[in-house]
Design a protein around this ligand. Structure first.
Ligand SMILES: Cc1ncc(COP(=O)(O)O)c(C=O)c1O
Length: 388
């Protein structure tokens, strides 16, 4: 008999909400117009995009024209960072980011370094927070952009955008934040940043669609040149079903009371798992943590093995961000918060969603506890390290 899947990898992606599927469906079939066409089918698509843009703009208290649709978080982050760098290089060549960004931010910055830009990678404290004083100190007269992730995808740390944004504003430096993980899970207000990255597939929407909030008046160079779609910011025929699904997912998330439900289950999971000896929670212990995120380090064993054992029981988990968990490198985020490589290797991320149930969490607690015991029994490190 196949086991029922318990999906606790919502930080990687989420299940499409059936209501979202239903909303998208006509745009895959009879409502197939190109939004640039002037006939009625085209105008139907245009209206659907305009309506979606309005919903997303309203959700972060932005203006409709400040939302540019993209193919997702990776493109939005590339666009924000490279677009600001190219458009403002006459003003300076210095960018500030952190050591705990998503790979698409870090690799965009590394690529810009090869083009002659200078990048400062800020340290974070042991819970993953950026110290505003460090940001202030790092800004120079050549700084053109600061990019700091809002809710961290691995350890759930939520940065104080209001404080960080104020510092950037005072120094006349653009402030970008990657909010892929925090969007609809905690307050997000466009007044705190000049550019905000959003995507749909972390909130029960479709993959391959996202947006970049670009504050009116921001000087940014487009990456994709073509027919001038999306206010000339991002050319390419719009992904109408994706955009419609994105907006529906936002509406559902904003209207649901999921935050408390998810947080309650997550807190129970943390409380019970911390009863296992030699376990620690990575990331913040307070409310400045994404409501759906738990990340543990288990001594003497490897996260990869824990994940494989859990998978055999039908439980989906992760050892890091989805994009890097196929490598055996320790997570750069866990190293940045001060974990030793062996502690980082023994980590496991469990991320919940509004569809997660109490029974699923109870089953996970039971199976994870059994797995840890089993793996420690056969781990050579248990004996060696305990003897030291
Ligand atoms: C924080 C963060 N930023 C960016 C991305 C990339 O988004 P996408 O998968 O839509 O390209 C992800 C997804 O893994 C993420 O978690």
């Amino acid at each position: 008999m196949t086991k029922k899947t318990i999906y606790l990898d919502n930080g990687a992606t989420t299940m499409l909400d059936p209501v979202v599927v239903k909303a998208m469906s006509p745009y895959f079939s009879n409502k197939y117009g190109n939004a640039s066409s002037t006939h009625h089918l085209g105008q139907q698509a245009r209206m659907a995009i305009d309506n979606a843009r309005h919903i997303i703009a309203k959700s972060i208290k932005a203006k409709d024209q400040e939302i540019t649709f993209t193919s997702g978080g990776t493109e939005s982050n590339n666009f924000a960072i490279k677009g600001i760098a190219f458009a403002n290089k006459n003003k300076g060549n210095h960018i500030i980011t952190t050591k705990i960004e998503h790979d698409c931010v870090l690799n965009s910055c590394k690529w810009l370094e090869k083009q002659g830009f200078k990048v400062t990678y800020l340290d974070v404290d042991k819970e993953g927070f950026v110290n505003p004083k460090d940001l202030k100190k790092a800004i120079t007269k050549n700084t053109i952009l600061v990019s700091i992730i809002h809710g961290n995808n691995e350890i759930g740390t939520i940065q104080d955008l209001a404080t960080l944004g104020k510092i950037c504003k005072k120094h006349n430096v653009y402030f970008h934040t990657d909010a892929c993980q925090s969007y609809t899970k905690t307050e997000l207000n466009a007044k705190h940043a000049d550019l905000i990255t959003l995507n749909a597939h972390k909130i029960h929407g479709p993959k391959g669609v996202g947006a970049l909030y670009i504050k009116k008046g921001t000087k940014i160079t487009p990456l994709a040149h073509g027919g001038g779609h999306e206010f000339k910011q991002r050319s390419g025929t719009e992904n109408v079903p994706g955009i419609v699904g994105f907006a529906k997912a936002v509406q559902l998330a904003m209207n649901s009371k999921h935050i408390n439900h998810v947080k309650k289950l997550r807190d129970k999971l943390i409380k019970e798992i911390l009863k296992i000896p030699d376990v620690k929670l990575n990331g913040p212990t307070n409310n400045k943590r994404l409501c759906n995120n738990a990340n543990f380090s288990f001594k003497y064993i490897e996260g990869e093995s824990i994940g494989a054992y859990l998978d055999a029981q039908g439980i989906c988990s992760s050892t890091g961000s989805a994009c890097s968990s196929h490598t055996l490198e320790p997570s750069h985020v866990l190293l940045a918060i001060g974990l030793k490589p062996e502690e980082a290797h023994g980590s496991l991320r469990l991320t919940l969603s509004r569809f997660t149930t109490q029974q699923e969490i109870d089953k996970t607690i039971e199976e994870l506890s059994k797995t840890i015991k089993k793996l420690r029994k056969i781990s050579p490190f248990t004996k060696i390290l305990k003897r030291l």
